[in-house]
Design a binder for this molecule. Sequence first.
Ligand code: 13P
Ligand code: SF4
Length: 328
Amino acid sequence: MDQLAPRHRLDPLYERVSRLMWRSDFDARFAEDIEAILDLKRTHNAVILAHNYQTPEIFHCVADITGDSLALARRAQGLDADVIVMAGVHFMAETAKMMNPDKTVLIPDGRAGCSLAEAITPANVRSLKAAHPGVPVVTYVNSSAAVKAESDICCTSANAKKIVESLGVPEVIMIPDEFLAQNIAAETGIRMITWPGHCEVHERFTPGEIRQYRRMHPGVVVLAHPECPPSVVAEADFSGSTAAMSDFVATSGAQKVLLVTECSMSDNLSASHPETVFVRPCQLCPHMKRITLANIRHALETMSEEVVIPAELQIPARRAVEAMLAAS
Ligand code: 13P
Ligand code: SF4
């Protein structure tokens, strides 16, 4: 792109996003914060974990570990760092804190929530358990630590089928994502007691829209996140977690893909897969988008906002996450 730009230490980082933005734009909008964040990470022995829905300048230029919710929970264990910054939403930061009770875990904007996590309370879980005694509670990681603490085991979209099957029972309480539970019920034949929580991003997609994209882009391969309604997943060629979609793009040889999920995924993947055409229905997660380079920098400068798990929740919530990691 801009051949005249001087070389400096950001050159290799710019290379990673060079298909998405001009060098002049990168320099004007992002370079100063990226430089500062790189220095602050060294000063504080900090690592940045970033979810696949983060914007490319975060995902490709300052993150140390990237991935889906499962990868972020797994990789949060045993990190050789004093400070962890979660470039993601609050439940992800809580999970990182559970796995690292002695480290400082920061979220750059504590308001970065999730419609699924907000859909259910611990009292709701206790009512479900009272109404269905003995039925195991499988809780999606998109939930608060307090809800996890009431649960037998957690799951993510990457391992939900495996976790549910590992229990060896005909019926489970699967909360709070109604669509994920319905999609897993269809795959496994296991009865699900569900809760009417939905992802505000994925619930917006419709089967008609997918059919329209197929008409407009013949040959497109459709990948849908399992938080989508079952009628949308039924229209897709593949359904899986954000990491599974990423692997599919890397290994399937598909030339043209439609990712039925948050749209930064397509930006991040298109930066590293120039040979693939991405058809982009743009749905943004307003919570993920609260995280910016500027507030990551501010978090590292001020060591805030620190994530705290109430002492009484730490052990039961972590037990549900560890049960998931052991079973997957
Ligand atoms: P993944 O675990 O598939 O990355 O999904 C997390 C999420 O919030 C999707 O909306
Ligand atoms: Fe929550 Fe949906 Fe945003 Fe994921 S995309 S964080 S499930 S609201």
